[in-house]
Design a protein around this ligand. Sequence first.
Ligand code: NAD
Length: 261
Amino acid sequence: MKMLAGKKALVTGSTSGIGLAMAGALADEGADIYLNGFGEAASIESIQKDLKAKSVSVDYFAADMSKPDEIMAMMADIESRHGGIDILINNAGIQHVSPIDTFDPKLWDAILAINLSSAFHTIRAALPGMKARGFGRIVNIASVHGLVASANKSAYIAAKHGLVGLTKTVALETASTPVTCNAICPGWVLTPLVQRQVDARMANEGLSLEEAKHVLLIEKQPSGEFVQPEQLASLAVYLCSPQASQVRGAAWNMDGGWAAQ
Ligand code: NAD
């Protein structure tokens, strides 16, 4: 019997990068998967096919995580079609890099909505069912930028610090229940979100791809290596395991030493 057999997991932003790896790792442990995120229909179809090959049931929800109405409709839809969720991975996120004095207010609002407020809405909707069924795991994908700051990422850092704060509050409110809430704080991971920052370094500083990746890493991440999505997925699976029932309110960094400095 697989560890998460019979459990139902919603992973927001699971059509790419870290969320996609987490959906795969949870399916490997037997969890049914509810996907969410943007992408071409053919690509989403192919992700669903790959996950179904792991002998779990899979469904896809197209909710835009910047829109509370769409989030609430998705949560109600999951409740009525699948009877709710046992595992909630709040992973959807976007980034924008700019000094604050020229930061587009619309992008500030979008980053706060997707990277922070969406987790409030999904947790609020999912928690009563988790408590009633006697099991719940909430894992918020924050960032090392939920623990320390960098210049030119005001909205992202405010949102991720907020997400770590939300994690601690939910962990306290659920401390005497079978529901846990924790955050994972990755350092640099080479996903499309970070590839855009590598591309900007190449364009702005006239660097090759390898040079741009190298300067990005050495500025912040002492290991000089990217964190792999599969490594983060293993941590998420651990946090969803029965053995992690006393890990509560943690903001667990996996960052090649970034936050140790
Ligand atoms: P990614 O761009 O590969 O994936 C982001 C996912 O979020 C995609 O599935 C995308 O479709 C989805 N998404 C974006 N906006 C959405 C919206 N409005 N509604 C629904 N889905 C939406 O990026 P990633 O690097 O895998 O990022 C995943 C999470 O990890 C993010 O929260 C990010 O902040 C966090 N993170 C990433 C890194 C890194 O170095 N890549 C580091 C720390 C934290």
